[in-house]
Design a protein around this ligand. Structure first.
Ligand code: PMP
Length: 420
């Protein structure tokens, strides 16, 4: 069964590596939702580049555009210079995504990754308001730099980061909290009480579905109440769309279903389309108080990523085909796994929206066992959640019915065996 030689990695690569420990093979080529090892063994990919591969691996149209660009010596590294590739991307993003949704945002390129988008969002919110504190939520994940870690509600991920740079105010947040009203009355009182010593915060940062936190889907009414809270207290609302954006939950932005408009949005992962690094920070035009050069980065605005991103936007978002398919796939997965919830009451729970799908267990040994068994049956799935107790699917949105069925059957059998 083609076991790759991983000895070179074990000898030379740092202990910090994680995914490869669960998948000790050497992946070489990939197409659609299939990864192939250097020994020619195929794996079905429900990991989806941790959300960076919503359109699958090596899409033919993106590849053709990229090859054409490289063949004619299109500029690759341009920093902030104007290029046709950047112009075409900006025009596509505005006309295909922003304007049809009645949104109005300026775009900045904060650096190559999602962390850079979050970092610039926090920085802008603090600069514009002249305030410091950021409200974030338990189980959130926003990135790996000290600023983004400071608003990350996961002690394992924060390890080594030291003292928080931002004063984080915890707030109740999960699927099961009832009474949105009372949550926010509590917050109102805290924010109004000048004697409490709480400096008025600059912003709130939220994921509409927490990805690393275990596929915790916020309710629409809760998100609307959060928007109202921000309006009442003049706080900026930052939505982190890094993992859940680009159609993962159905709509292009995960905030759309709640009918809210954030002030600042962080996007990355699948926006590049082809797995190439690209990040955007969007903000209301009146928040554009940046002065030239105030936020920069050598690798921001990669032209090859602009080329593939433009193809992705026009190919997948000019109509609602992908959105409908994603919602349909999400419903299908829920129905497929529903019998397990009946069969093992209290032991397993289904979470998510669209193709952000999670199967939560009562302890991480079970999720680990399921992940391992999936791998043995040539399916890649990840785990998430505060204890890694949730099996997480981020399958490419373009999976076929056959792939959907195959991946779900493998996982279903693994869950049944784990809980038997
Ligand atoms: N925000 C969220 C919600 C994420 O899921 C991630 C990555 N998992 C990040 C930010 C950080 O993005 P990156 O790894 O590209 O820096």
């Amino acid at each position: 069964d083609g076991t790759s030689d991983i000895s070179a990695f074990e000898k030379h690569e740092s202990e910090v590596r994680s995914y490869s420990r669960n998948w000790p093979v050497v992946f070489d080529t990939a197409k659609g939702a299939t990864l192939t090892t250097e020994d020619g063994v195929e794996y079905l990919d429900f990991f989806g580049g941790a959300g960076a591969l919503n359109y699958g691996h090596n899409d033919d149209d993106m590849k053709a555009a990229l090859l054409e660009y490289v063949q004619r010596d299109g500029i690759t590294h341009s920093l902030d210079k104007y290029t046709p590739a950047k112009r075409r991307f900006l025009e596509a993003f505005q006309s295909v995504i922003i304007e049809p949704r009645g949104l109005d945002y300026k775009v900045m390129f904060p650096g190559p990754t999602g962390t850079n988008a979050v970092e610039s969002a926090l920085k802008l919110a603090r600069k514009v308001t002249g305030r410091e504190a950021i409200i974030n939520f338990t189980n959130s994940f926003h990135g790996m730099t000290l600023g983004s870690l400071a608003v990350t509600g996961n002690s394992m991920k924060r390890a080594g980061a030291g003292v928080p740079l931002v004063h984080a105010t915890p707030m109740p947040y999960d699927n099961y909290l009832e009474g949105v009203e009372s949550d926010f009355k509590w917050m109102d009182r805290l924010l109004e009480d000048s004697g409490s010593g709480l400096n008025k915060p600059a912003a709130v940062i939220v994921e509409c579905v927490q990805g690393e936190g275990g596929i915790n889907a916020a309710r629409a009414d809760w998100l609307r109440a959060l928007r109202d809270l921000c309006d009442r207290h003049e706080l900026l609302l930052i939505v982190d769309e890094v993992q859940m954006g680009c159609g993962r939950t159905g709509e292009f932005f995960s905030f759309e279903f709640a009918g809210i408009k954030p002030d600042i949005v962080a996007i990355s992962k699948s926006i590049g389309g082809y797995g190439l690094p690209l990040a955007l920070t969007l903000f209301r035009p009146e928040l554009d108080e940046w002065t030239p050069g105030e936020h920069n980065g050598t690798f921001r605005g990669n032209n090859m990523a602009f080329v593939t991103a433009e193809v992705a936007l026009r190919k997948f978002w000019s109509d609602d085909t992908l959105e409908k398919r994603t919602l349909e796939n999400g419903r299908w997965l829920r129905e497929k796994f529903a019998p397990l919830v009946e069969k093992f009451p209290g032991q397993v729970e289904l979470r998510g929206r669209g193709m952000a799908f999670g199967i939560a267990f009562t302890n991480p040994e079970l999720s680990e066992q399921v992940m391992k068994e999936c791998f043995d049956n040539h399916l890649l799935v990840e785990t998430a959640g505060p204890q890694d107790e949730v099996v997480k699917f981020l399958a490419p949105l373009i999976i076929t019915d056959e792939e959907r069925q195959r991946g779900a059957d493998i996982t279903y059998a693994a869950v049944e065996r784990a809980l038997a």
